[in-house]
Write a protein that binds this ligand. Structure first.
Ligand SMILES: O=P(O)(O)O[C@H]1O[C@H](CO)[C@@H](O)[C@H]1O
Ligand SMILES: [Mn+2]
Ligand SMILES: [Mn+2]
Length: 406
């Protein structure tokens, strides 16, 4: 029986979304703009990388062609020599919202048809009843922040005051999130997780997608740094996804990185949560080597988004893409006869764009294996086509949405 590995490069969008205007993102193009910035010399950083964006393995799979199909422009240095080795194209997100849960749920066959709740970009950002309930139920001396913010900037701004007063730093973004940053030692990690569980319950009636614990360490002198102990408390998907189908069919599933959190730990199989893109890919490849017939490994590589997209760091993002590209041969190596690998993304996060939020974009689709079909897939009318295709490949019933290209 065939197996599949599904790799989500978190936020690696390829522009071109026709509904980008509704999100204030007309023209946003994560990969295209990184390639163009690198071509202008704006991707250089001493000791990290320099020059044109260099992704020979992804280009050989058809990444540049997917970009060209998505936007009409071939990004600099992504033009392949010869015909791509993968089935390549782009996915059109149909879900409302451009956040991680919407993208991942849609990939697995569940587009988000309802409107998430959002907090306005005002100060305060949170409704007073929510803040008061949080303070009362968690026994807090108050909160700090209460605004839209970048997570690294807000701990610099309020870290010292937080340690002094014991007030957690609460903030949000253009996504449906309530994030709570607190010092791991001064406030306590378990206490932060408990606080997030309380916040999760209070946010349920507001249809907030995720409450996120953002622990950090450090002091005013050395500065404050976020740790690997982030935890996301997501709303469970409202209907079945491919994961639920695979669980019912008794298939082996391993989920790596944020996947468990994103699906609220429902039908997420064996969960592994290492820190960082390389460690997540290591774990995914190791799991795939041992995966029984008919199984799925599903991995999210979050650094593109968290470390570089939201930080608007072009050289960092380019270096992370190049590091992933260098590992494509290892993916080929683990694929046996009949296996399928799919590389895709959940939304964009253009590091050349204004602000620090995600961007509405098409996503790349590169599907490959030793004996799977190659060639142009064009634009797929929903990311759910990926879930439908993986279901077909694995021989399980298809999720309700999406059309297989196999
Ligand atoms: O700036 P940080 O804390 O990384 O926040 C980002 O992380 C959230 C979840 O992905 C997004 O909504 C975005 O605002
Ligand atoms: Mn994401
Ligand atoms: Mn993000």
């Amino acid at each position: 029986m065939p197996r599949a590995i599904l790799i989500v490069l978190d936020s690696v969008g390829i522009g071109g979304a026709s509904d980008a205007a509704a999100y204030g993102d007309t023209g946003a193009d994560t990969l295209g703009h990184i390639a163009e910035a690198c071509a202008r010399g704006e991707g250089d950083r001493v000791g990290l990388r320099e020059g044109m964006l260099h992704l020979p393995n992804l280009v050989a799979l058809g990444l540049g062609r997917a970009c060209e199909a998505s936007t009409g422009r071939m990004p600099p240095n992504l033009d392949p020599i010869g015909e791509p080795a993968a089935a390549y194209g782009y996915g059109i997100e149909t879900s409302r919202g451009k956040d991680t849960p919407s993208g991942h749920w849609e990939i697995l066959g569940l587009p988000v048809a309802f409107d998430w709740g959002y907090f306005p970009d005002s100060r305060p950002a949170f409704p007073p009843e929510l803040t008061e309930a949080l303070i009362r139920e968690a026994g807090l001396p108050g909160i700090l922040g209460d605004r839209h913010a970048s997570g690294t900037a807000i701990i610099e701004a309020f870290g010292a005051e937080h340690v002094r007063t014991g007030r957690p730093i609460c903030y949000t973004s253009a996504d449906s999130v309530l994030q709570i940053a607190a010092h791991e030692e001064a406030f306590g990690l378990d206490r932060l997780y408990d606080l997030c569980l309380t916040a999760r319950r209070l946010c349920d009636p507001l249809r907030i997608g995720r409450v996120i614990a953002r622990p950090f360490v450090g002091d005013e002198g050395t500065g404050f740094t976020r740790t690997a102990n982030r935890r996301d408390y997501a709303t469970p998907p409202p209907e079945d996804t491919l994961l639920d189908i695979l669980a019912r069919e008794g298939r082996a599933v391993t989920t790596v990185g944020k996947i468990g959190d994103i699906f609220a730990h429902r039908a997420t199989g064996r969960e592994i949560k290492p820190h960082g893109n390389d460690a997540c890919l290591d774990a995914a490849l190791e799991a795939f080597r041992a995966l029984p017939d008919g199984g799925l490994v599903f991995v999210n590589l979050v650094d593109f988004d968290t470390e570089f997209g939201h930080r608007r760091d072009v050289p960092g993002y380019a270096a992370a893409l190049e590091a992933f590209d260098a590992r494509i041969p290892e993916i080929w190596e683990v694929l046996g006869a009949g296996d399928l690998a799919v590389v895709t993304a959940d939304h964009g996060n253009d590091p050349t764009w204004r602000g620090t939020d995600h961007t509405r974009e098409h996503t790349p689709i590169l599907a490959f294996g030793r004996d799977t079909p190659r060639g142009a897939l064009g634009g797929r009318s929903s990311l759910a086509d990926i879930g439908a295709t993986v279901a077909r490949h694995l021989g399980v019933p298809a999720p309700r949405h999406g059309r297989s290209w196999l």
